[in-house]
Ligand binder design. Structure first.
Ligand code: SF4
Length: 265
């Protein structure tokens, strides 16, 4: 009986908190931007077929485990080579010895703001990676970890757009269609969207430079800390929007630290 009362209280607290988010405009912004992205998607991918992909919940947990372990993503890219031809600087860490040995030194330069040994590889005048040859990666077996980790499904998963300067990736990302047939898949994806939107709009609630400036890294961060929006704290008495935002930001910072240190489900 006590357990039932606790569960009821928790549900009511959660419900009050959602109402609070609605009244502060956070959820309406999320929904408004989601519909904006959908319109853009319909426009850009009008002549291209959708690509059905995993149940979003299964994908999300697989992606989180890969982010945690560094094992790399398993992406059914097919013939798509958008990420190799979209003007990306590719980061290579000092421990990527095999990768470093496969790339001519003249193509690498020190990564600004990172410790010695971290390097970047640029792109040619067409925005192509210099190791992209004959329409494929010429160092596929020893390609950088950055390339192994890249999964453009992070964009539909978070509702973020990679940006107008990378139209091929934007177009490909918008074609993915997650299987949302289970309530958990819907709930988790809604939480990831809400987290990404919060990160985007409330960078000032976090320590300096904690929120990355590029959309890919923002999406990756949202996937790491989305659980905050799944299990919201009780803020029923909190009518102070700034305080509410700071509470959410603190919970995300704590979740981020735990993500780095603990096993990830
Ligand atoms: S190293 Fe290979 S996989 Fe990575 S961007 Fe270049 S061509 Fe693509």
């Amino acid at each position: 009986m006590i357990e039932l009362t606790r569960a009821k209280n928790a549900r009511e607290a959660h419900h009050r908190f959602i109402l609070n988010l609605i009244s502060t405009g956070i959820l309406s912004t999320v929904l408004k931007n989601r519909s904006r992205i959908k319109t853009k998607s319909e426009k850009k991918t009008a002549n291209l077929p959708d690509i059905p992909t995993d149940n979003s919940s299964i994908w999300l947990h697989k992606t989180r485990r890969a982010q945690h372990s560094g094992e790399g993503a398993d992406v059914p890219c097919g013939s798509c080579t958008a990420c190799c031809t979209s003007s990306y600087f590719i980061h290579i860490q000092p421990d990527g010895q095999e990768t470093l040995a496969s790339i001519p030194k003249k193509l690498l330069f020190r990564a600004p703001g990172l410790p010695q040994g971290n390097v970047l590889m640029g792109y040619d005048k067409n925005g192509h990676c210099p190791m992209f040859k004959d329409n494929k990666c010429s160092i596929y077996k020893t390609r950088p970890q950055t390339c192994r980790d890249y999964d453009c499904r992070v964009f539909p998963a978070t509702g973020l757009s990679v940006g107008a300067d990378k139209p091929l990736i934007d177009q490909q990302a918008l074609r993915w269609k997650f299987d949302l047939s289970t309530p958990l898949a819907q709930k988790e994806l809604a939480a990831v969207h809400a987290t990404a939107q919060f990160i985007r709009e409330h960078a000032d609630c976090f320590p300096n430079e904690f929120i990355p400036t590029n959309a890919t890294q923002q999406a990756v961060l949202a996937i790491k800390v989305y659980t905050v929006f799944l299990d919201l704290p009780d803020a029923s008495d909190n009518n102070d929007t700034d305080k509410l935002n700071r509470t959410l930001a603190d919970a995300m910072l704590e979740t981020y630290t735990k993500f780095k240190c603990q096993d990830v489900a």
